[in-house]
Design a protein around this ligand. Structure first.
Ligand SMILES: [Zn+2]
Length: 246
């Protein structure tokens, strides 16, 4: 649902809003992570530098590995984390991803107070990045799937996203085709609904419907609010999604 952090518009999941130990949100276009965290009044959050690579590499983020004492600002000496899944249970570390059509996913373990942010386009979905996040939370924090709340943010909608047989072949190799979220529309094209695909993966993993929030916003349809990599050919821009333990 569309709400505000101070005066900044943001999309939040009601299932995550009720936990006062965390802060989360799916940002709108051109509002930076720093803007949101400042508006929320957070004192010196640690924002890891990341490079997303459309895979399923997971980083367990800790103050120790980021070489930053709690409360210090991220600086130019920080390591760049290469990957698309960021998890932590340490207060003050921001798990965040950038997207513009790809699906941002935020996870929280309500019992063990751990969180994760996932960036999943078609490649990350085929590589089941969302399941890599949950498996890591299980190993690191003893997370039970029944305690996981998942929020799927704005992404390019199925009706707006055409893919070719090359993409379908990759899903076939991952054991994810045929399926209800990849619909053939002509001999060489399919509609792909990434959010629906990840919803399906979450349900297979054992999450129940009431613990999953699904934004219906389509980045390609709503250019007022979002950047769309495919609709805005050549124009660069993105939105941020984040979650952290306060
Ligand atoms: Zn659309």
């Amino acid at each position: 649902m569309l709400t505000q952090v101070e005066n900044l518009p943001i999309i939040q999941a009601p299932q995550l809003q009720r936990f006062d130990w965390l802060l989360h949100g799916f940002g709108l276009k051109d509002i930076s992570i720093e803007d949101y965290l400042r508006a929320a009044g957070l004192k010196n959050p640690v924002i890891p530098k990341t490079h997303q690579s459309h895979g399923n590499t997971v980083h367990v983020c800790s103050h120790h590995d980021l070489r930053l004492p709690a409360g210090s600002l991220a600086g130019s000496t920080n390591p760049v984390l290469e990957g698309d899944v960021f998890v932590t249970n340490q207060p003050g570390i921001v798990c965040w991803v950038r997207s513009a059509d790809c699906l941002p996913i935020l996870l929280a373990d309500r019992k063990n107070k751990a969180v994760a942010a996932v960036h999943a386009g078609w490649r990350g979905t085929a590589q089941k990045a969302i399941l890599a996040a949950i498996e890591t939370m299980q190993k690191q924090f003893h997370t039970q799937t029944s305690d996981v709340i998942a929020a799927l943010g704005p992404a390019i909608g199925g009706r707006c996203y055409h893919v070719g047989s090359d993409v379908v072949q990759i899903f076939k190799k991952s054991g994810l085709y045929p399926n209800p979220w990849l619909e053939q529309v002509d001999p060489t094209h399919w509609y792909l609904d990434i959010a629906y695909a990840n919803l399906h993966l979450l349900e297979e993993a054992g999450l129940t419907k009431e613990n999953i929030y699904l934004s219906l916003a389509c980045t390609a349809c709503d250019l007022e609010k979002f950047h769309s990599f495919r609709r805005e050919k050549g124009k660069r821009g993105e939105q941020v999604s984040f979650i952290l333990v306060r």
